[in-house]
Design a binder for this molecule. Structure first.
Ligand code: NAG
Ligand code: NAG
Ligand code: NAG
Ligand code: NAG
Length: 482
């Protein structure tokens, strides 16, 4: 049995013999139309898309089905750099030069061809010794502790109330308590207050406790910029913590151990050296947390502590006022390595046309200029690691076009996490239902959604729920550091 198929430019026969199928290629041409590249001028040939036997993807400056046409006009190829848009203008006299086009530059670039990255740090926007980093159309300040805020303008040095009493007994807990003198002396965590006086005047962990800690619940999220520690003396002998680590948590469930800026290892703080003098350590970068845990690493005689926390309240706006800066998808403060996804789609299976999660940047240009998952279904997600806890107040989403086809996400869910492991879905207010955010309706416009109430997180995930054609997403997160 055999079957021959004749198409425009070739014919192929399928011969079936004892249930084994052979393909015969009587002429040069084969089922693979791209075996001979039919595209001119460096175009890429792609086989088998729908009814069309092949498609040519043309290099800049060429067009037509086989890239044999030269695109006319001063904008082909695009003379504008850095994603600038070229617009043809009718030849008019501007000054004493004739120009046939203008480049409309993306935010953060300028110059006739958008060749200059505007230095947003030029005006030295960071105060108090902050280090400025130039972004595309924005800047960021790395503030030395105890300064916080977008421009390091806030000095965050309030004493939070261990010594003064604003932190009450019920907010202080510990892994264990040391009982001395046949159980008559209780060195409880509520005694761990800086300059506490008396015979029993500090917290001491139990002798058998191999992983001691003491924890303060601030009852709300705070900036924590430092800690003052002090030992105590018992029966004429000095006891103190020589070295300790600090862990913090937003929810009392997942804890992160503090690391110095840019370090992978836990920061070990140098503590006390005697029974009475105080030692101040700064948290650099500052910590945003509700729960803070001091974890003794080396103790002299026993892990005995009096302490004070240093910090300040967060921006106590009830809404998004003052906290809706773009967090850096577009400006690239969020680097490629911070963006990941469940999978990536490849147009016609070609690597060059992979819709990477790193492309999900608001207003990105190019042929593949958004994220798209391998399969469009509700199991897919895209995730941003903000590298430190931020306050999230909103999201802007945008669709894109894949070779002319308009694609976008029309409904999505949002999840967040502090460790990248356990996730919370954003819920409808006062219910247990996942919030469904209304997304886009076309290939280009921005759709903004507000998180009410805002949440604090290091990781944010977008889960597409409904879409047009294929899940395709560009986005920006809105929020602030505090
Ligand atoms: C381009 O190729 C098409 C067929 O593929 C042909 O009809 C047309 O004349 C060609 N144009 C030029 C400018 O070569
Ligand atoms: C504790 O500190 C005080 C003041 O520095 C000092 O006078 C005292 O000798 C110390 N006691 C012990 C037991 O080290
Ligand atoms: C989504 O597609 C993947 C791959 O085909 C499949 O493994 C997964 O089960 C699908 N999920 C849903 C919710 O349909
Ligand atoms: C896609 O968006 C652009 C820019 O907003 C618009 O001009 C164009 O008409 C849109 N394309 C389609 C097919 O909707």
């Amino acid at each position: 049995m055999s079957l021959c198929v004749i198409t425009q430019s070739c014919f192929t026969c399928y011969v079936s013999l004892w249930s084994i199928t052979f393909f015969l290629h009587p002429f040069v041409c084969s089922a693979d139309y791209c075996e001979v590249n039919l595209c001119h001028n460096g175009g890429t040939c792609v086989t088998g898309v729908g009814d069309e036997p092949f498609i040519c993807i043309c290099d800049d400056g060429f067009g037509g089905e086989t890239c044999n046409l030269t695109e006319a006009g001063p904008c082909s190829p695009n003379p504008c750099q850095n994603d600038g848009l070229c617009e043809v203008i009718t030849p008019t006299r501007r000054g004493d030069v004739f120009n046939e086009y203008v480049c409309k530059c993306q935010a953060g670039f300028e110059g006739a061809h958008c060749q200059t990255n505007v230095n947003d740090c030029a005006s030295q926007p960071c105060n108090n010794g902050g280090t400025c980093r130039d972004l595309d159309g924005d800047f960021t300040c790395q503030c030395p502790s105890p300064y916080v805020g977008k421009q390091c303008q806030l000095r965050c040095i309030s004493l939070l109330g261990m010594e003064g009493g604003a932190i009450t007994k019920s907010q202080i807990s510990a892994s264990s308590v040391h009982f001395a003198i046949l159980g008559l002396q209780r060195w409880g965590p509520e005694l761990a207050r800086l300059n506490n006086q008396g015979i029993v005047n500090a917290w001491t962990s139990a002798t058998h406790d191999r992983n001691p800690w003491i924890e303060i619940n601030m009852q709300q999220k705070m900036h924590l910029t430092g800690i003052i520690t002090q030992g105590a003396s018992r029966m004429g002998s000095a006891e103190y913590i020589k070295a300790f680590k600090v862990a913090s948590s937003l929810d009392g469930a997942t804890y992160t151990t503090h690391k110095a800026e840019g370090q992978l290892r836990d920061k070990v703080f140098v503590g006390n050296t005697d029974n009475d003098s105080t030692k101040t350590n700064l948290f650099d970068p500052p910590i945003v947390a509700q729960y803070v845990r001091i974890i003794p690493v080396v103790c002299r005689k026993a892990c005995t502590l009096r302490m004070e926390l240093v910090g300040c309240e967060l921006n106590v706006y009830s809404n998004t006022a003052g906290c809706s800066e773009p967090l850096g998808m577009k400006s690239r403060l969020v680097s490629d390595g911070q963006i990941s996804a469940s999978s990536s789609f490849r147009t016609w299976g070609i690597d060059t046309f992979t819709w990477h999660p790193q492309f999900a940047r608001l207003d990105k240009h190019g042929k593949t200029n958004a994220w798209s998952p391998a399969h469009s279904n509700r199991s897919e997600w895209i995730q941003v690691d903000l590298e430190k806890t931020k306050r999230l107040t909103g999201i802007i989403t945008q669709g894109a076009k894949d070779f002319g086809v308009v694609q976008f996400v029309s409904v999505f869910k949002v999840a967040y996490s502090n460790d990248g492991q356990s996730w919370n879905m954003v819920k409808e207010e006062n219910t247990d239902n996942d919030k469904l955010f209304q997304g886009n309706v076309d290939n280009n416009s921005h759709k903004k959604n507000v998180f009410e109430p805002p949440f604090y997180a290091r990781y944010v995930r977008v889960v597409p729920w409904e879409w047009h054609e294929r899940v395709t997403l560009r986005m920006e997160l809105l929020g602030c550091d505090d």
